[in-house]
Design a protein around this ligand. Structure first.
Ligand SMILES: Nc1ncnc2c1ncn2[C@@H]1O[C@H](COP(=O)(O)OP(=O)(O)O)[C@@H](O)[C@H]1O
Ligand SMILES: NC(=O)OP(=O)(O)O
Length: 309
């Protein structure tokens, strides 16, 4: 039996509730088959598109005197509920189809960050929809948001993304796993909180879920961290004619590619950094990056980028 942390990418979850539900149902089949093989599975997920959409909708209502503004920690918590609901339902229905009984639990998770993290002064985390350059510039001027080009896919708003330091609910996650539950935790990288006078409070940011997933997988001493996104492999020379897929890569070689600037900031870079961090914490462990639809094949090494010591 292996302990596996599976992180689902926010962009890989589609652009609408209908798309997300469909994609989650497909992924649920692979996740449940891991459970039936006897593995302990913990699921985390991204929320970039979803938290951006929630924030945009809430801001729109506030700007039209239809309700209060909702800060990012609250929007992050809502995204955990929305995505967790789809995942819970998808997993429960798949368990029912297989006539299996297992508790499926989404845990609203807070992740502690440092209020002095320099990331608060330099937003890097893409959230929400993709815009063309002219529209992005118009919104920048109107609302004072920052936009960046995101991995050749268009322009997106970026927000602060501090380093995750500690998972507040870690002991509860651990207890639930040991009790046999299928746990969905640390969604959207966790709701960012800081400690003030010994008490927790939310802080506007969106934590990178790959980094929080690596922290969770490391603390759980997981055997595998599997990051599921929209591409089958990590590539060098991505998007260029000489693009090459990486299959089995040592942490040392991956660190070299990283230094060469092969991985785009805000998209593939944090995934690779998270995998290197996990392998450093757990030298016996393996980190895998592949697409949402290829979880089963990735587990047996047929597809995906596998990073090891
Ligand atoms: N070197 C690379 N290899 C593969 N994909 C890359 C690379 N650099 C950038 N990307 C982009 O990164 C995306 C994955 O990041 P992102 O969409 O932020 O992930 P998530 O699924 O977590 O939301 C891929 O779909 C691809 O467009
Ligand atoms: N929070 C986060 O990392 O989301 P994505 O996976 O959507 O980028």
């Amino acid at each position: 039996m292996a302990k596996i942390v599976v992180a689902l990418g926010g962009n890989a979850l589609g652009n609408s509730p209908e798309e997300q539900l469909k994609l989650v149902q497909q992924t649920a089949a692979s996740l449940v088959s891991l459970v039936t093989q006897g593995h302990q599975v913990v699921i985390s997920h991204g929320n970039g598109p979803q938290v951006g959409a929630i924030n945009l909708g809430m801001n729109y209502a506030a700007e039209h005197d239809q309700g209060p503004a909702f800060p990012f920690p609250e929007c992050g918590a809502m995204s955990q509920g929305y995505i967790g609901y789809h995942l819970q339902q998808g997993l429960q229905n798949e368990l029912r189809r297989k006539q299996l009984t297992k508790d499926v639990v989404t845990l609203v998770t807070q992740v502690e960050v440092d209020a002095a993290d320099p990331a608060f002064k330099q937003p890097t985390k893409p959230v929400g929809a993709f815009y063309d350059q002219a529209t992005a510039q118009k919104i920048e001027q109107e609302k004072g948001y920052t936009f960046v080009e995101d991995a050749g896919r268009g322009y997106r708003r970026v927000v602060a993304s501090p380093q995750p330091k500690a998972i507040v609910e870690f002991d509860s996650i651990s207890r639930l796993i040991n009790a046999g539950s299928l746990v969905i935790a640390s969604g959207g990288g966790g709701v960012p909180v800081v400690q003030k006078d010994g008490l927790y409070q939310g802080i506007p940011a969106v934590i990178d879920k790959d980094k929080s997933s690596a922290l969770l997988a490391g603390k759980l001493a997981a055997d595998q961290l599997i990051i599921l996104t929209a591409v089958d492999y990590v590539y060098v020379n991505y998007g260029q004619p000489e693009q090459k897929a990486l299959a089995d890569v040592s942490a040392g070689d991956m660190a070299t590619y990283l230094k060469q600037g092969q991985f785009a900031k805000g998209s593939m870079l944090p995934k690779v950094e998270a995998c290197l961090d996990f392998v450093k914490q757990n030298p016996q462990g393996t980190a895998v990056i592949t697409s949402l639809s290829h979880l089963a094949d990735a587990l047996v090494g047929k597809i995906g980028t596998r990073i090891h010591k």
